[in-house]
Design a protein around this ligand. Structure first.
Ligand code: SF4
Ligand code: SF4
Length: 126
């Protein structure tokens, strides 16, 4: 039975080092959500990513994501796919030592439905 990692909203993944990459459609969606022209959104909230191949969100002075506000994401309805996909569709060895998501054993159909609801993706169960 596939395991679905149920987010506990601990916000650790919004605070640890790394980068949140942005696709062009994500830039458009987030700028619209914030009622900003895209050039202004890009200038205020993004930087070149580490491979210099695109843009990523900037951090706050403590290293947390620029859109983390307490325990909330200020762009939750339009947050980047990279954020939506963690930890079920990507993670790293030992991730669950810092991520508080709870493992739930689900039927393949339920797993697929939970993935669809949380990431917007259609993915075959592992
Ligand atoms: S965009 Fe939202 S969910 Fe993604 S890292 Fe920033 S605060 Fe967290
Ligand atoms: S670290 Fe894990 S439990 Fe915490 S907000 Fe991110 S996905 Fe959810």
């Amino acid at each position: 039975m596939p395991i679905f990692w149920e987010c506990d909203r601990c916000t650790a993944c919004c605070r640890w080092p790394g980068q949140v990459s942005l696709t062009p459609p994500e830039i458009s969606r987030i700028a619209a959500h914030l009622n900003l022209p895209e050039p202004e959104f890009i200038a205020r909230f993004t930087r070149l990513n580490s491979t210099r191949t695109g843009l990523a969100l900037i951090d706050q002075s403590d290293g947390s994501c620029i859109f983390l506000d307490g325990s909330n994401c200020r762009i939750q309805p339009v947050k980047p796919q990279q954020c939506r996909d963690f930890p079920n569709l990507w993670n790293f060895p030992g991730f669950n030592e810092v991520c508080q998501a709870r493992p739930r054993e689900l039927s393949p159909d339920d797993w697929r439905a939970r993935i669809r609801a949380s990431t917007g993706r259609e993915v075959a169960p592992p």
